[in-house]
Unconditional design. Sequence first.
Length: 443
Amino acid sequence: MQSEKTKSRRNRGALVIFILVVSAMTFLSWVAQSANAEVKPAYALVNCRIIPIAGPILDKGTILVRDGLIEAVGPADKIKIPPDAEVIEASGLTAYPGLISAHTNLFLEAPEPSEPRQPEDFFQSLTQPAEPQQFPELLVLKQLKPKKQTIESYHKVGITTVVVAPNRGIFQGQSAVLNLNGDQLQAMVLKQPWALHINFTTERGLYPSSLMGTVAFLRQKFYDTLHYSDHWKRYNSNPLNLKRPEFDPFLEALIPFVVDKKPVVFQCNNQEDIKRALRLIAEFRLNGLLTGCNEAWRVLELLKNSRVPLLLNLDFRPPSTSLYAQQGDAVRKKAEAEIYPANAAILHREKIAFALTSFGLSDSSFLKNLKLAIKAGLSQEAALRALTIEPARWLGLEKQLGTLEPGKIANLILTRGELFDEKAKVVRVLVDGIVFNYEEKGQ
């Protein structure tokens, strides 16, 4: 009998090893199929200019990468190249940390169309308004299908890490942080989940049908969560003579964010949304961040006093509520060209912390608008920090990302020319130590 048990254990062990090997081979097969990617145990990027963010610029340095991590960074004459490292000659190139976009909707699959409402639904809504579908428990990871073409387009503007957020409803669901290292989703995950995302929106024919109603709806759910959590705590500590609370999956999903203070991100499409979000964050003492915020320049004093981090998108279109959007094409275009691009520069001048995101933009529009923001007064140094160390800190990943330092994940880009120059080109990208080559032949 003991022999049979031993055999069974060995068989189970062999099965586990087989599954692990197959999983590894599946991931590496994607790399093997990509003409732009390589995977080797160690690389030495030599003779490149290095912008480490965490220290002084090195005009001629070496970066050692091993097993997906940065092993060493330093002057070329101080770093010994190990014999097993493949040398990548990077003379004439500049190395930067990989850029981080802290809000995107990448890889989201379009939801299936809902069934049309029946006539009886309308009459019922007159006396009992329906609530819109809400998804606080939704993990966005379940909706994602990474695509190689999208990943490569983001690489080519220098982005190696993204936050992917859901995009439906008021309580939209929970985002994930991904490294753009391939199209195998499990291998891409850095943090899951990261934050709960909330949007100030309404739905026609449903409650809430006004923004005032949306704020009331949010406040009620937050108060319900506090009461629900307190009831369960009291019951669990001493259930004698206390009625057991009824389990509520909606409120249960909100507890980590309302009670335990995990990050809550409010989508702010105009200055009034910013005011609404700041009031809610203060009232419920949330660990809040604001995203969107292209009208942040209009509420500077509020933002200074709140010290709430901003995830600033580079969409320069005035919101529909703005006077600039209501006074004709000439006024709107002038605002898009001159006023909204200065948003980031104004915030930086006022010492208001922010990260820049690609939310709502294509990869090409993101790069174009980033350069417009720099032209409008944002320094290149501030722009780089807002795409590296600042978002890394707010994501809770400052020990893994955001700078070129030993021990951190090997996410970095090599550019020909300065990153924000008009003619700059990303020629190589490393994500988790996987090398993607975008150098055109003859260069």
